[in-house]
Ligand binder design. Structure first.
Ligand code: HAM
Length: 414
């Protein structure tokens, strides 16, 4: 679990602001759910045999209730959707579009790009079966990554079928695996029987080699699932989003039906998935709600902020560093700082009378845009010396002129 220090927090705020703006253009609205949910909610959605539920949850028992820090937010959002009867607000063709930003918790082995407390930006679209939902939502986040100037990204797209065709595939895969258990790692032996699709998550090289010949979902897809997948791809083509089909894409959560996808980026090391998601028709009903289909994804914020290039981050947060000369200058500067702040200018002023050199050093340290000098001469003439710390240019301005100048903050004319 990491602290996010003031020097880094600008990247996070930039990511959040850019996301909020883009998602709003697609009609997404924010939802905030509690950090804790009943443990049972995750077992019933993410899956009792998933790694997340089996070994990664932080669980607290209070009396006879067991609650867990959320390892993800699809289940909490679906729970809230059901609890507040949100299905009443959706109409055919117009699903509910939700997004969330916040911390998630998984007791995993920490490594680069993997923390125990991490943050996700996620979206959930509830109330539509149309393939355009997948395509439009993926295009939204693809465009977001482009806007953040994250290059070398790849969209992997697959389908896991539905309740009709997936069980047949699962059975075929299980049989194939069980005839080879002797050669597999211990984890895969357990997976082969309990949750065969999970074997594709295996990191053991020998197992991966063996799995190249394993049967894949494609051959087992029923006609409606096949048509749906084609339709998703067609819409992505229309929207100009490139993808790579991946017949072995399995996700670590059990609620997916039909479309699944991930976006990976170069430069992240082993944990190269910036985001992942898929369709989860059936989940709302399974958790006690109506028959409402769903689709969504979540993006890992730690991984994303690492990839945002410095050049596009907004610069300095301090406009003006006041350089107060002498006791009288310092005294006058206190009121001046207050008035400038009232005009929307950000101002730094030392808390006591300090030598000029120290004050200039501090202006440099916080990357202030201007140094504003307040000393005897300035107080007598009512004109202040303003130095642009980027260009080195100096001006003398009265207070009205200062306000006008600092509120525009542009390089200005003369
Ligand atoms: P997930 O694949 O488990 O999906 O997580 C989504 C993303 O969260 C990952 O691609 C990764 O970037 C980030 N992430 C996951 N675990 C960690 C970790 N320990 N440290 C850092 N980053 C991490 C879900 O959570 C689903 N709820 C997504 C979804 C929404 N599906 C449908 N709707």
């Amino acid at each position: 679990m990491h602290d996010i220090l003031p020097e880094e927090v600008g990247r996070w705020q930039f990511l959040e602001a850019t996301t909020r703006e883009r998602f709003a253009h697609y009609g997404f609205r924010e939802i905030r759910t509690p950090l804790l949910e009943t443990t049972d909610l995750f077992a019933r959605s993410v899956g009792a045999s998933s790694d997340i539920v089996r070994k990664e949850m932080y669980t607290i028992t209070r009396g006879d209730t067991s609650i867990s820090l959320r390892p993800e937010s699809t289940a909490p959002v679906v729970r809230a959707f059901i609890e507040h009867s949100r299905h009443r607000g959706i109409a055919a063709g117009y699903p509910e579009r939700l997004f969330y930003i916040g911390p998630m918790f998984r007791y995993e082995r920490p490594q680069k790009g993997r923390q125990r407390q991490f943050h996700q930006i996620g979206v959930e679209v509830l109330g539509g079966e149309e393939a355009l939902i997948e395509a439009e939502t993926i295009e939204m986040v693809w465009g977001l990554l482009k806007r953040l100037r994250i290059e070398s990204i790849e969209l992997q797209l697959g389908t896991v079928g539905d309740v009709n065709c997936r069980p047949k595939y699962r059975e075929a895969l299980r049989e194939w695996l069980l005839s080879r258990v002797a050669d597999m790692c211990e984890d895969c032996r357990r997976r082969a029987d309990e949750n065969p699709l999970r074997v594709f998550d295996c990191k053991v090289e020998a197992d991966r080699q063996m799995l190249i010949d394993a049967p894949t979902m494609g051959a087992f897809l029923c006609a409606p699932c096949d048509a749906h997948f084609s339709s998703v791809k067609q819409h992505l083509d229309t929207l100009g989003v490139p993808y790579v089909e991946d017949a072995r894409l399995v996700r670590g959560l059990d609620y997916y039906r039909r479309t699944v996808f991930e976006i990976t980026a170069a430069g992240l090391g082993a944990q190269n998935a910036i985001l992942g998601g898929g369709r989860y028709d059936g989940l709302v009903r399974e958790l006690g709600g109506q028959d409402v289909p769903g689709f969504g994804f979540a993006m890992g914020m730690e991984r994303t902020v690492m990839l945002i290039p410095d050049e596009i981050l907004p610069a300095s947060t301090i406009d003006v560093s006041l350089i107060a000369l002498g006791t009288e200058g310092h005294h006058a500067a206190i009121g001046l700082a207050q008035r400038l702040r009232g005009q929307g200018v950000s101002v730094q002023i030392p808390m006591s009378d300090r030598p000029m050199g120290a004050q200039l050093k501090r202006a440099d340290r916080v990357d202030a845009r201007f140094a504003l000098f307040v000393g005897q001469d300035e107080l007598k003439s009512g004109h202040y010396g303003l130095k642009d710390l980027r260009s080195g240019k100096q001006e003398r301005l009265d207070e009205a002129g200062l306000v006008a100048r600092l509120r525009t903050k542009e390089d200005g004319g003369a």
